[in-house]
Design a protein around this ligand. Structure first.
Ligand code: ADP
Ligand code: MG
Length: 356
């Protein structure tokens, strides 16, 4: 249904979208996931025909966006990051305005009524848009996208600024739409793609770094072994020892403690099971290992791991010393923008004196 072929968009010399290719089948719900500035909105704007590309092709329903922009636009319902609402219109006036703009030929009253029922706007149909809450304005934005019943729906960050109840409603709505539409949505919220999408495309710095069915996304990082270890012993020296080990790719100490043991998160180098060697190394030092469990990769870990990998492919395998002092800036960004307060608390990393 949608084919994006080696898409490039440069702003000056800087690439915002850097050779992106993917296809979306009819009826799929695909999530573009990426940190802020990854190139999601740029990709969607090009796809929807609102922005020209520097290079590459976009085909929607067999039509090239550049050759037949109007035909393509008819097939796409687009909710931009900032929905273009006219605040001084009522919901009704605005939807009629969009209906006329799109040259829609469906029975107007019936069509608009159906849409308003789907997005739950009926109660505010005669209200001025400027008097509506953020959640209702977003629904008006979604409603305008649905006018003309386009087969392809593109939603750019559809749940930003909504409260938890509204978020659930919008996600349910997207899932419902996904039954008979092709949907592409962008988000920087991991739970959102996991909750809504059949397939996840992770974008970082204008490039695709992962493209998997949601149920298979674990594969992306399946080679990485992560452990939580509880170790008695001097925190600083234990951490230094862990970080010096060639079979350890990453080690961090958590804020929480278990009795006299500090809790560490340790990532083995690819494909290496570090458990036995870790046990012997710690006992040789006289630091008892009092707990060791394998951590599953959740979407956050996968995201950080692929984004990190592409951010610092060279840096990744660089000198051990550099790794020791490395702050995971990406992780911090994400912790700020993605994790909700609770998760952030749980994952809080203890400041390690002398490290930063
Ligand atoms: P996302 O939607 O993933 O947050 P965007 O597609 O909005 O990312 O932006 C991708 C990159 O392109 C960012 O680095 C952004 O600063 C840059 N960018 C976006 N729009 C413009 C513009 N009109 N002029 C210059 N740079 C831009
Ligand atoms: Mg954006």
């Amino acid at each position: 249904m949608i084919k994006i072929d080696h898409l490039v968009k440069n702003y000056g010399a800087t690439p915002a979208v850097d050779d992106i290719s993917f296809e979306v089948e009819r009826g799929e719900i695909v999530g573009l996931l990426g940190p802020n500035g990854a190139g999601k909105s740029t990709t969607m704007n090009i796809l929807a025909g609102y922005l020209s590309s520097t290079a590459g092709r976009v085909i929607v329903d067999g039509l090239n966006v550049l050759d037949q922009p109007l035909e393509v636009k008819k097939r796409i319902g687009y909710l931009p990051e900032q929905p273009p609402l006219y605040l001084d219109m009522t919901v009704e006036e605005y939807l009629i305005f969009v209906y006329n703009l799109k040259g829609c030929t469906l029975n107007r009253t019936k069509h608009l009524q159906e849409i308003c029922e789907v997005v739950k706007l009926t109660d505010v149909y005669h209200r001025l848009i400027k008097n509506l809450s953020k959640g209702f304005r977003q629904r008006v934005g979604i409603a305008q996208a649905l006018i003309g019943n386009p087969p392809v729906i593109i939603f750019d960050e559809p749940t930003v600024g909504l409260d938890p109840k509204q978020i659930i409603e919008v996600r349910n709505l997207i899932r419902t739409l996904g039954r008979d539409h092709t949907v592409i949505l962008s988000t920087h919220i991991l739970q959102e793609v996991q909750a809504v999408c059949d397939r996840i495309i992770i974008i970082n710095k204008g490039k695709i770094v992962a493209d998997e069915l949601t149920e298979n996304i674990n594969r992306v990082a399946s080679n990485t072994c992560r452990y939580q270890a509880k170790i008695c012993g001097p925190q600083r020296e234990v951490l230094a020892m862990l970080r010096e080990r060639p079979d350890v790719a990453y080690a961090e100490v958590l804020a929480a403690r278990d009795g006299e043991a500090y809790i560490y998160h340790i990532e083995g180098t690819k494909g290496v099971d570090i458990r036995k060697s870790l046990f012997y190394a710690l006992s040789a030092k006289g630091w008892p290992l009092v707990g060791l469990e394998t951590l599953g990769m959740n979407l956050e870990d996968i995201f950080i791991s692929v984004v990190d990998k592409t951010d610092g492919a060279a840096e990744q395998k660089s000198a051990k010393g550099a790794k020791k002092g490395r702050t995971r800036t990406v992780e911090k960004d994400i912790a700020q923008s993605i994790l909700d307060a609770t998760a952030a608390k749980q994952n809080e990393i203890a400041p390690y004196e002398g490290d930063e």
